[in-house]
Design a protein around this ligand. Structure first.
Ligand SMILES: Nc1ncnc2c1ncn2[C@@H]1O[C@H](COP(=O)(O)OP(=O)(O)OP(=O)(O)O)[C@@H](O)[C@H]1O
Ligand SMILES: [Mg+2]
Length: 260
C-alpha cells in the first residue's frame, strides 16, 4: 500500500534574481513501513520536498497524498499523519526536555496527562529518562537529536520525516540512531522518509533510495540496484554510484563530532 504518493510535485520560489525552481516535478510512491533514503547534492530540493509533504510549504505545482489525505485539500489530516524532524531545530533553550516534549504533544492536541505519559514513554524508549529535567540548551548533539526524534513521535505519526538526522554526530551516536530508526519501524510499522549526506548510512538503513538532483528524481532503487547499475556490481561503493549519477561526490562537510 502506498502511504505517500506524489505526481509532478513542484515548488518555485520567487526571488529578486528570478524564480528559483527548487523542486521541478517529483513522481514518487512510498510503501507503508518502508525506510526511504532521499538523497541528493546540496540544493537538490530535498528539504523543500519534505516541507511540502509535511504541509509546512504549499506546492506551486503537482499533487500529493500522505496516508490517503490530499496535501492541499486536507492539510490538517496530513499533519496528524506526519512527524517531522527538521534539518536544524529551532527550540527554546530555556525549557526542560520534559517541557519541550509535553508542549509538542499539546500542539498535537494531546491532553495534559496524556502528553506527560507519552513524554515518559518516549523518554524511556529513546534513552532520555535521565535528561527529562535538564534544560535543552545543555544537551549534547546526539542527545538533542534523540529529543528531536522523540518530539516527532509524540503523536504516533504513521510517517516520520527525518532531515539529516545524524549530521554532526559521532560514529557511535550515528549507529545508535540507525538502530533507533529500525526499532521504530519494527515496533510500530512507521514509514521513515529520511535524507542524509552519509552514503554508508543510506546503504545500511534504507530499503530503497531515491536520488534527486536539481529538483527532479535522477535514479531510484535499492542500494544494491544502484550499485549494480551505476558502479559495476553489488559490492561497489554507493559513493561511486552516487558520483556516476550526479557527477558529484556526496562527502559530507566535516563537522565537529559530538558525544552523546
Ligand atoms: N525560501 C526560499 N527562497 C528561495 N530559494 C529557496 C528557498 N528555500 C530553498 N531555496 C532554494 O531551493 C533549492 C533547494 O533547496 P533545499 O533546501 O530543498 O535543498 P536540499 O536538497 O535540502 O539541500 P541540502 O543538502 O543543502 O540541505 C536551493 O537552491 C535553495 O537555495
Ligand atoms: Mg536540506
Amino acid at each position: 500500500m502506498a502511504i505517500i504518493s506524489t505526481a509532478g510535485l513542484a515548488r518555485t520560489f520567487p526571488s529578486k534574481a528570478g524564480p528559483v525552481e527548487a523542486v521541478r516535478g517529483i513522481d514518487l510512491t512510498v510503501r507503508a513501513g518502508e525506510i526511504l533514503g532521499f538523497l541528493g547534492p546540496n540544493g537538490a530540493g530535498k528539504t523543500t520536498t519534505l516541507r511540502m509533504l509535511t504541509t509546512l510549504l504549499p506546492p506551486t505545482g503537482g499533487a500529493a497524498t500522505v496516508a490517503g489525505h490530499d496535501l492541499v485539500r486536507d492539510p490538517a489530516a496530513v499533519r496528524r499523519a506526519c512527524g517531522y524532524v527538521a534539518q536544524s531545530g529551532g527550540v527554546d533553550p530555556n525549557i526542560s526536555v520534559r517541557e519541550e516534549l509535553v508542549t509538542q504533544g499539546r500542539l498535537y492536541r494531546l491532553g495534559k496527562a496524556q502528553a506527560a505519559l507519552r513524554a515518559g514513554e518516549l523518554a524511556a524508549d529513546l534513552g532520555l529518562c535521565d535528561l527529562l529535567d535538564r534544560k535543552t540548551s545543555t544537551l549534547s548533539g546526539g542527545q538533542r537529536r534523540r529529543l528531536d526524534i522523540a518530539m516527532g513521535l509524540m503523536h504516533r505519526p504513521a510517517v516520520l520525516f527525518l532531515d539529516e538526522p545524524t549530521t554532526g554526530l559521532d560514529p557511535g551516536s550515528r549507529t545508535d540512531l540507525w538502530d533507533l530508526v529500525r526499532r521504530i519501524r519494527a515496533d510500530h510499522g512507521t514509514t521513515v522518509f529520511l535524507t542524509t549526506h552519509y552514503l554508508d548510512e543510506a546503504d545500511a538503513l534504507a530499503d530503497r533510495l531515491v536520488i534527486v538532483d536539481k529538483g527532479v528524481i535522477v535514479a531510484e532503487g535499492t542500494p544494491t540496484d544502484l550499485k549494480t547499475q551505476y558502479a559495476g556490481g553489488p559490492d561497489a561503493s554507493l559513493q561511486d554510484a552516487f558520483l556516476a549519477i550526479t557527477g558529484r561526490s556526496a562527502a559530507p562537510q566535516e563537522s565537529t563530532p559530538v558525544a552523546v
